[in-house]
Unconditional design. Structure first.
Lengths: 889, 109
């Protein structure tokens, strides 16, 4: 039994041969001894004695022989594979157009998919640089309208004491941007002043030096921890930077440590300093219970407590606070815990899903396309394959031959795809920083390479078992019959029709996705921002806080800056405002209306402070009453409201002459939060302050002098190119206050709005590029199948024309042949498009996921392209001279 | 001294040498070695075969089945070109090691 198996395995009767060989030796020796005169019996005994332990030698020989045969077998198999491979390469080289088309198509599909894979890996799967990042949450107060606000410092202290060890750690962060002198002039450095236990809560180890100690956070120690980014840009990435000093707002700090790259909490933090080292203005703000800005609270969940259990522990503290301090906390009695991971990733998962879906469809399309190409070749090679089959090649052997060709094509495609992926990721890293976070983690490495190769193998399997199966089906008779009959085999014909249908459906889905993105972009550009962003230059002014601690001095500086800017030649109107639209900054204030009883703590408006020229500079229309006038800067408090606020609180009434009360909402001022009753003197149009795609909010505009902010924005209307005015403006502003940090202070509103549009513009570009590729592939597929089938029907067509058929009508008959494929592809594609739309929904604006216009448009484009791609080869076929065709065949 | 053990590590080179004259079966190899050494070679005859198969696996010998002088099926071995090169190399190696041993033994202590 065992012996048979071995013989079969090694193709040689191994043990028998060994036995024969050894027996021959003993027999020969015995015969020689017999010839010397021994008896047969003695001779045999002597021969055995001389030979030694025959069983042992037999085992040793068998082992050697077994190894030899085993190796020989593998060498033979390898030889077979090499021969097949060489054959496959030769075949592919003989059809360069097929090979090139297939490799390029697959490179595109595999490359795009691999690029998106590396994005997903770097952005979503690469862990955040904290210990157990999944346990980090941000803590907010929430009101019944689901608005959230960070805790004030006194609230943080109460809650921290209240929840005790229900969390593993909890820390408070307060941000300011003190100016730091540099060779290019003072630069504001976003610094996070953190409470005790911050780094322990965050779960970070230093890259260099050490982090803040408990003692340091409790005292006014002048020490800072630098972010990796700050260290590499401002400290020259010098490992000896520990111990160096930097000056922030006239105070000296010692750098004691550097964090690893990507440690960014809050996301803007460049430096971390002890909370106790906060400058005086900040400390005054910190003491206020109604101060809910520029702060963040982070907590680390205990491993044994879920998010909701932890929320329960906070709830009690929150309710108690709302009851104890109704004037600041009424209504804000719900605790919101946001996972840090969600904060860091933002919309990235949704955007990546759209990207993944798009490239996935393109990959499917690429496979289908190459499958179609391979199928045409299988048909064309029918005779060769048939002969092989007739000579005894099994179905598996035919498939193996085709699979090897597919493998070569797919691996070449994967190789080229890696190049495509490298180029694509490099492009994305420079093009999409405002669209996707954590792009620094995205790289093409061995994992990516493995992914591309795995995709290549997957593609090979798909390619081999598609066309290969069809080709091998039915055996030699079918294949030989195909060739003899001279027309397409039914099976391959059906397979090709299926492939074309699939291509059309995928192309339709991607076209519909493009339609949705284009409609979104057009809806965004149709939105009236409420002001004219063209030719608006903005300058962020942040005077050194230590020098401008006095509000009157600050207001005086702002007035002089505004005046000076207006005198620069080429500058049009100039205005000041605490927060400009689309700047990402805002400050809410509680609002109370005289004569309205339904006051509650959740009535809010954006607190805006402006200079008199603001509306004229921004081109914000005045709807009723008057704009702010220079006299208002010092006189009786007046306010101007936007249309949304007017309609909400004075429906069907004119608010001019009415009174409202807001709370002074300016960072670091001693009078922060104090009520201010003002007379409404005008109503202006709405502005999309938070961004074009965000809802309109009530806004109150007050003179900036009511509470001069510690930093302010200057808006400058410029008739021509805003960039040309930056140098003279900088010069002029510096002459007023040389310590103003102006290095990164300039921007234009057009840029800011474009940054807001960037994610959608980016997705629209990606989706439409791939949709065009898909459409082109589908068109080529349809064109190819038609050209192929009319080429095969040349004789028949010629005959028909010769028999008097109307040559002009023949193309229409052929075009009619594609209609069934279209009839199946359109509903299939629409179903796919609806699924695509659902995935894209979070990225759409002003258009529904099942937008009929996008679907109809996509359908129309697809059907016309498909018909055109059929008509062109059909018309050429019908144009043949019947006499020539009939003679030639 | 009428019997000699095969020096350790020299059986392979003896076999290669025996085969270098042309195709020969295992018994023939042994008979040749016996004749050349006047029967003073002390080795179990069976020990030849693992060596033959090892050399075959290494590609120094090639083998085929043939018919012996007395009309029996026998496995014949011959040197491959690689085997011939190995024979030269091995011969040189054995010579030099024997020379070294002799020089040591002849030396004054």
């Amino acid at each position: 039994m065992r012996r048979d198996l071995r013989s079969e395995l090694f193709g040689e009767r191994l043990p028998a041969d060994v036995d024969d060989e050894l027996a021959f030796h003993i027999e020969e020796r015995a015969r020689a001894l017999e010839a010397d005169g021994l008896s047969r019996e003695d001779a045999l005994r002597e021969a055995h004695r001389r030979f030694g332990d025959a069983a042992r030698y037999r085992r040793a020989v068998s082992r050697e022989a077994g190894r030899r045969l085993f190796r020989a077998r593998w060498v033979e198999r390898l030889g077979d594979a090499t021969r097949d491979l060489r054959y496959a390469l030769r075949t592919l080289a003989r059809n360069p157009s097929y090979s090139l088309a297939a490799v390029v198509t697959l490179a595109l599909g595999i490359g795009a998919t691999t690029a998106v894979f590396s994005l997903v890996r770097g952005i979503l799967l690469h862990a955040l640089p904290y210990d157990h990042p999944e346990r980090l949450v941000e803590v907010y107060e929430q009101n019944p309208q689901a608005s959230i606000r960070p805790l004030s410092y006194p609230t943080f202290q109460d809650w921290h004491a209240g929840v005790g060890d229900a969390v593993e750690g909890m820390a408070f962060v307060y941000g300011i941007a003190p100016p730091m002198p540099t060779p290019e002039g003072p630069v504001p450095v976003l610094t996070a002043f953190v409470s005790e236990g911050f780094f322990r809560t965050l779960g970070v180890r230093p890259l260099l030096g050490r982090l803040l100690t408990g003692e340091e956070t409790a005292t006014e120690a002048g020490v800072v921890v630098a972010s990796y980014d700050f260290w590499s840009r401002r400290l020259g990435g010098d490992p000896g930077a520990i111990g160096r000093t930097i000056v922030l707002d006239d105070r000296t700090f010692v750098v004691i440590g550097v964090t690893p790259p990507e440690v960014a909490y809050p996301s803007w933090a460049q430096l971390w300093a002890p909370l106790a080292a906060l400058p005086d203005a900040g400390r005054r703000a910190l003491a206020r219970r109604d101060r809910h800005a520029d702060a963040a609270v982070i907590a680390r969940l205990r491993p044994d407590r879920s998010l909701s259990a932890t929320r329960g522990a906070f709830a009690q503290a929150a309710e108690q606070q709302a009851a104890t301090y109704p004037e600041t906390a009424a209504g804000w009695d719900v605790v919101r815990l946001n996972r840090l991971r969600d904060l860091v990733l933002g919309n990235a998962p949704q955007r990546l899903t759209v990207l993944g879906l798009t490239v996935g469809l393109v990959l499917v399309l690429a496979c289908v396309n190459v499958m179609g190409l391979a199928l045409v070749r299988v048909t064309a090679r029918g005779r060769e394959l048939a002969v092989r089959a007739a000579l005894g090649a099994g179905r598996l052997q035919v498939i193996r031959l085709l699979a090897l060709e597919s493998l070569v094509v797919a691996l070449a495609g994967a190789g080229a795809g890696v190049c495509v992926a490298i180029a694509t990721t490099r492009y994305l890293r420079t093009a999409a920083p405002t669209v996707l976070p954590r792009l620094a983690n995205v790289r093409v490495d061995l994992g990516t390479l493995g992914f591309a190769v795995a995709l290549g193998i997957l593609v090979t399997v798909a390619l081999a078992f598609g066309p290969g199966w069809v080709a091998a089906r039915g055996g030699p008779r079918n294949l030989l019959g195909t060739v003899r009959a001279g027309h397409a085999d039914r099976a391959t014909g059906r397979a090709r029709a299926t492939l074309v249908t699939l291509q059309l459906a995928v192309a339709l889905a991607l076209l519909a996705g493009t339609g949705l993105m284009l409609r979104t972009l057009s809806a965004l550009s149709d939105v009236d921002p409420g002001f004219d962003p063209d030719g608006l230059l903005t300058v962020r002014l942040q005077p050194p806080a230590a020098r401008y601690d006095d509000p009157a001095r600050l207001a005086e500086l702002y007035r002089r800056v505004e005046e000076a800017a207006a005198q620069v030649p080429g500058v049009g109107r100039v205005a000041l405002s605490n927060h400009l639209p689309a700047s990402g900054s805002w400050m809410p204030t509680p609002i109370a209306i005289d004569g309205r009883t339904s006051e509650n703590a959740t009535d809010q408006a954006l607190f805006r402070t402006i200079s008199p020229g603001y509306f004229a500079t921004m081109h914000i229309p005045l709807l009723s009453g008057r704009a702010l006038e220079p006299g208002d800067l010092a006189g009786e408090p007046v306010a101007i409201v936007n249309r949304t606020l007017a309609e909400r609180y004075w429906p069907n009434e004119n608010p001019v002459g009415r009174f409202l009360t807001v709370h002074r909402s300016v960072q670091g001022r001693g009078d922060f939060g104090e009520p201010l009753r003002a007379r409404v003197v005008g109503v202006v149009g709405d502005v999309r302050h938070m961004g074009i795609d965000q809802p309109l909010l009530p806004e109150v505009y007050l003179p900036y002098t009511v509470n001069p902010p510690t930093w302010i924005q200057l808006a400058v209307r410029v008739p021509g190119d805003p960039g040309s005015l930056i140098p003279p403006l900088r010069e002029r502003l510096r002459s007023i206050e040389p310590l103003l940090p102006l290095a990164d202070a300039f921007d234009t509103l057009e840029h800011r709005l474009a940054r807001g549009r960037a994610p959608r513009t980016f997705l629209a570009q990606v989706v439409s590029t791939f949709a065009l590729v898909a459409l082109a592939l589908a068109a080529v597929g349809v064109w190819g199948i038609t050209a192929y089938s009319v080429a095969r029907r040349r004789y028949e067509i010629g005959l028909r024309v010769a028999l008097g058929a109307d040559a002009a009508r023949i193309p229409f008959g052929i075009v009619a042949g594609i209609l069934p494929a279209i009839a199946v592809a359109v509903p299939l594609g629409i179903a796919a498009a609806l699924a695509v739309g659902r995935v894209m929904r979070s990225q759409l604006f002003g258009v529904s996921a099942a937008d009929p216009l996008a679907l109809a448009g996509a359908g129309a484009v697809l059907v016309s392209v498909a018909i055109l791609a059929t008509y062109l080869p059909a018309r050429r076929a019908a144009g043949v001279d019947p006499a020539e065709v009939l003679r030639s065949d | 001294m009428d019997a000699a053990d095969v020096l350790p590590g020299t059986l392979d080179v003896l076999v290669l040498k025996a085969v270098s004259g042309g195709p020969v079966h295992g018994f023939g190899i042994f008979r040749w070695l016996e004749r050349i050494t006047n029967g003073r070679l002390q080795v179990e005859e069976g020990a030849l075969y693992p060596a033959l198969h090892r050399l075959e696996r290494r590609g120094w010998l090639a083998a085929h089945w043939g018919i012996s002088d007395n009309n029996r099926r026998a496995k014949y071995y011959r040197l491959t070109p690689r085997g011939r090169r190995a024979l030269l190399a091995e011969t040189a190696r054995v010579h030099s090691s024997i020379a070294a041993v002799q020089r040591v033994l002849a030396a004054q202590v």
